[in-house]
Design a binder for this molecule. Structure first.
Ligand code: SAH
Length: 463
């Protein structure tokens, strides 16, 4: 699998904030009771110590963490989130400042991606078709073309009347992403695509074909706001959230290649989807959850991929993990831990200054309890930074007896970084100590490294 995927941050200092964007502190906490708040979809959030925040906009670290008494969705999950790019990121120099979360206003002139049928549940597609003066069953026909045959081309829709094909496709199947660059390796079975969106935003996706499966690694945001210092995407900051259809379109593009037999190994289908491309999926919560539904609903509603074959990877946005657990989805949760102790994790995954290791893991165990799904703990091994034997033991003790699995990722160094992958002996010892605690562990293969660098590097090279 491609190591990839950084998170970055955007610090928008152009607040003040509109009060109606402020996360409310007194929402009920119980996921069943919590209202699904409708917040302006294009607003972004930044996490920054520098912001002149009104006190009531800055969720505090001393919020009660007990799920029974916590203030609930203090994280406005329908907004974009980003951390400050100005954080001191050197290990050892963490000032221990709080990182308030705050919404920022959308960039002036920001436009939403065009509406696409993959943004809508089938009932709304029918309504949209009816609104165009066509019989609602045309929505099913269009959906079968897109989700079942992976085409958005009117010329291939012979079951639709010639007179309306073009207008229907234009209205509901706009081409959202165009391939800017394609790279492949592993004899063509690993293919990375750099996509350009309608507004010029760049995102990457990777198709990886293995003997027994095909995994699509998709982006959920253009850029990322989480500022993990070892991640290439983190260097560029957050551009914007992707729409549901922009996420789904990455998978459909891979499915189209596979169905056409254009990937060595014969015609095939996408079996797995991992949200490990650019962006922090849970900082684009509503679009990501809708995309998961679209990917996993049967044709014509969606693509018919098994929920269990979908993995959502997060830096650890605790309220969003709790909300995901309440969605009634059987997707795998991956937590990018990278350190078992707060002192180091505060620097490697800066959002840890808001939600500590213990809180993130507790949210993971709740997720496992609700869904029955084993949580994947992602750990990029960085030489002499987080690969010490004592850290392996500490990690092992935190995970022992839990429904967890550790995925060790040899660090894929980003250009200019002083960090590199662990020495083989250190990696072997890390694995051994985790196993000694009874914790299942795998070392991720480093597919696509030569076309990749770390995820995000391709976008950085073109932007
Ligand atoms: N924002 C999500 C998705 C990240 S991408 C998250 O943080 O989970 C998938 C994984 O790749 C994450 O665990 C991320 O930390 C890791 N990653 C990012 N850059 C990397 C690099 N240069 N080398 C190895 N792993 C990296």
């Amino acid at each position: 699998m491609v190591p990839a995927e950084p998170a970055d941050l955007v610090l928008d200092s152009e607040l003040p904030l509109a009060p109606e964007l402020a996360p409310s502190r007194d929402l009920p906490v119980d996921p069943q009771l919590a209202p699904r708040r409708q917040l302006p979809p294009v607003t972004e959030l930044v996490l920054s110590p520098e912001l002149p925040l009104a006190p009531e906009l800055a969720p505090s670290r001393d919020l009660p963490l007990d799920p029974e008494s916590a203030p609930g969705w203090d994280l406005p999950l329908d907004l974009e989130l980003a951390l400050s790019r100005d954080l001191p990121l050197d290990p050892g120099s963490v000032p221990g400042r709080e990182l308030p979360l705050a919404p920022v206003r959308p960039r002036a002139g920001a436009r939403r991606p065009p509406r696409h049928l993959a943004d809508l549940p089938l009932a709304e597609r029918r309504a949209a078709v009816a609104g165009l003066g066509e019989p609602p069953f045309r929505a099913v026909q269009l959906s079968r073309h897109f989700f079942g045959r992976f085409t958005d081309s009117p010329a291939e829709m012979s079951d639709l009347p010639l007179a309306t094909r073009d207008s229907l496709a234009q209205a509901l199947l706009p081409r959202l992403l165009s391939a800017e660059r394609e790279l492949s390796c592993d004899g063509g079975t690993t293919r990375k695509t750099l996509w350009r969106a309608f507004d010029g935003a760049l995102v990457e996706s990777v198709l990886m074909r293995y003997p027994d499966r095909v995994t699509m690694c998709v982006s959920s945001q253009a850029g990322c706001g989480m500022a993990c210092p070892f991640c290439a995407t983190g260097q560029a900051g957050l551009t914007r959230n992707l729409s549901t259809a922009e996420i789904v379109a990455q998978v459909v593009a891979g499915a189209r290649l596979l169905a056409a037999g254009e990937v060595p190994g014969g015609p095939g289908r996408v079996s797995n989807v991992v949200f490990m491309g650019m962006g922090e999926p849970l900082a684009n919560y509503a679009s990501v959850v809708a995309a998961v539904r679209r990917l996993t609903e049967p044709v014509p509603e969606g693509m018919g991929i098994s929920q269990r074959s979908v993995t959502v990877s997060t830096v650890g946005l605790v309220p969003a993990i709790a909300r995901l657990a309440a969605e009634d989805l059987s997707v795998t949760l991956a937590i990018s831990l990278h350190a078992p102790d707060d002192a180091l994790r505060d620097t490697l995954v800066p959002v840890n200054r808001r939600w500590k290791v213990a809180e993130v893991l507790a949210a993971g165990w709740d997720y496992a309890a609700v869904t029955g799904r084993r949580v994947s703990i992602e750990y990029a091994l960085i030489r002499d930074i987080n690969d010490q034997a004592w850290r392996a033991d500490l990690l092992g003790s935190l995970l022992a007896e839990r429904l967890a699995h550790v995925n060790l990722i040899p660090l894929n160094p980003t250009p200019g970084s002083k960090w590199t992958a662990s020495r083989p002996a250190a990696q072997r010892e890390f694995v051994r100590r985790l196993q000694a605690h009874g914790v299942p562990v795998t070392v991720r293969d480093t597919r696509g490294r030569e076309i990749d660098g770390a995820c995000g590097q391709l976008a950085a090279s073109v932007a």
